[in-house]
Design a protein around this ligand. Structure first.
Ligand code: UDP
Length: 180
């Protein structure tokens, strides 16, 4: 699960996931409990909470309200965004896969974007007049995150199919509806 600070501000979240994964694997090894372990990378789409503070929700809400778009750091850090329908397809394939396929299997969209590119896309697709502003980078914010999905490709014949542009349009339409 990458480089993780065990004593940082967000360690409860990172380490909680790692601990849960270890326990599941222990139960698999010791009691042969049927488990599947998946590593989900950044996912987005309709039905996200407008106030969950993830980057896509934040940027869309800010753009639709005409507020400043808050880029943390220089915005050159990268993330890969997987549209929810693609992710669910992978989850179903994994659940239907043979018992022996335990994982961990990475699920995410390997196409990488900078946070700044994302902000520009959101402004473009919403037609907003919002300005991009730069704010301090949170502690332990990774500079790059990109899933290696070779295992999902090989074992689940899965690959994301929905581009960021198409996914953003759907997500913006959803937020427009709920924000009125
Ligand atoms: N981010 C940002 N502005 C925001 C929210 C997040 O620039 O209003 C950045 C954040 O610093 C990180 C990236 O966007 O570099 C993704 O953040 P998110 O919380 O969505 O996911 P994670 O950090 O878990 O990848």
């Amino acid at each position: 699960m990458g480089r993780v600070n065990p004593v940082g501000l967000y360690s409860f979240y990172d380490e909680g996931k790692r601990c849960a994964e270890t326990l599941f694997l222990d139960y698999y090894c010791q009691y042969n409990i049927k488990i599947k372990v998946l590593h989900l990378f950044n996912t987005y789409g309709p039905k996200m909470q407008p106030n969950d503070w993830r980057v896509i929700g934040n940027f869309i809400v800010q753009a639709l309200r005409g507020d400043n778009i808050t880029i943390y750091g220089d915005g050159l850090q990268t993330r890969c965004f997987c549209y929810v329908d693609d992710l669910i397809e992978a989850l179903v394939r994994m659940m239907n896969s043979p018992v022996g396929l335990v994982g961990p299997v990475n699920l995410g969209n390997p196409r990488e974007f900078t946070v700044r590119e994302l902000a520009e896309k959101v402004v473009h697709f919403t037609g907003s007049k919002s300005k991009l502003i730069f704010m301090p980078l949170p502690q332990d914010d990774p500079k790059q995150r990109q899933p290696d999905i070779k295992l999902a490709r090989d074992k689940l014949s899965w690959e994301p199919t929905i581009s960021l542009d198409d996914g953003l349009k759907e997500t913006i339409a959803y937020f427009k509806k709920i924000l009125g």
